[in-house]
Design a protein around this ligand. Sequence first.
Ligand code: PEP
Length: 249
Amino acid sequence: MQRRKLVVGNWKMHGVAADLAEALAIAEAASAFEQVDVGLCLPATLIERAARALPRLHIGSQDLHHADKGAHTGCVCAAMLLDAGASMAIVGHSERRQAQSENDEEVRAKAEAGLGAALAVILCVGESLDVREAGEAVATVQRQLDASLPRDNSVGKLSIAYEPIWAIGSGRTATCEDIGEMHVALRQRLVAAFGDAGEGVRILYGGSVKAANAAEIFSVDDVDGALVGGASLKAADFVPIIEAAARAG
Ligand code: PEP
């Protein structure tokens, strides 16, 4: 099945108002590639300004709380993100799974909250280096996906990001064979969970994607786009990745 490519930047804890010039340059360049969906998941402090200034780009958050509201100091819920103009959210990024001890159940609740509010949700899964070296990557990540998938929402706006933890920010990428094997294995689990609708869920790769390796990664079957950290901060680095996605079709 042909799925539109989705390329999303994750700015993590980088960016103040002055950096919106880069987001603007990305938005302007992205408009030349209408066949690709492009998003930027920004620090919460920039979402409203970016959404106002860049209406044609999908602006998103890097997390959300699963509850509608309540006594959750420092947290942001789906309704607040929508109110600020966000249209997407990342959930289950490995940096949050590790540093904030988020487990699969919590990630699932966040995914359900985001989808229930009509946000596009990018649900991240991925294995550690130890797991990969023990030959348990596929089984581990399949289990993680099964446990993190939403149970009760339409999956129309769900995407999965396969992000091997050891490839994030390290300059190391998984081989095309490993990426292909994992994406096929994740597709099987999506179809098992959602039937035909599972075929429509985009599976992105993330982990040191850059201009130099994007075309090769996008040539792998079942790679429907990329979640990009470091190389999304500057238009000069990010736009060639969008262009590679457009070329891959
Ligand atoms: C990420 O944090 O989601 C990511 C893929 O980072 P990087 O591209 O810097 O490896």
